[in-house]
Design a protein around this ligand. Structure first.
Ligand code: FES
Length: 150
């Protein structure tokens, strides 16, 4: 499963591949919004431009889905690494700085420290039937969960 490392908050959060970054953050109690967004955001429609995040590291390129047309329009004067959380689907593990427009002390060293600890690459695949070629017809996942031995 992909891991989102929230640098400002010092937290690693797992999610399913394809989950919306904003929804994961809100579910986990991560504050995405500055004051303006707290007072009124669009609820994830890509209209308020208050759910900025900065992607400061990736386990591999393409950790988030590609920029949407909304992001191309709304973020044209922002750094290329900035995204709208509500428009971004998590594909692989990544490091994210929430509210990048709000500075915080020691940001560079905190980002460097967050990058120093390796991230898992991303989704871990269940064994496929072809890969599960141990001679029996049983799925090894069933054995692993039931505790039975062959
Ligand atoms: S929540 Fe409004 S643009 Fe993302």
């Amino acid at each position: 499963m992909p891991v989102i490392r929230f640098v400002r908050e010092g937290r690693d959060v797992e999610c399913y591949p394809g989950e919306n970054l904003r929804e994961v953050a809100l579910r986990e109690g991560i504050e995405l919004y500055g004051l303006k967004g707290q007072l009124g955001n669009c609820g994830g429609c890509g209209q308020c431009i208050t759910c900025f995040v900065d992607v400061v590291g990736e386990s591999s390129p393409g950790s988030l889905s590609g920029r949407t047309a909304v992001e191309d329009q709304k973020l044209r004067r922002r750094p290329q690494s900035w995204r709208l959380a509500c428009q971004s689907l998590v594909q692989q593990s990544l490091l994210v700085l929430t509210r990048p427009q709000v500075g915080f002390g020691d940001a560079e060293s905190r980002i460097a420290a967050a990058k120093a600890s390796p991230l898992p690459p991303g989704p871990t695949a269940w064994p496929t039937q072809e890969a599960d070629d141990d001679g029996d017809d049983r799925d090894d996942r069933e054995t692993a969960t039931s505790g039975e031995e062959a």
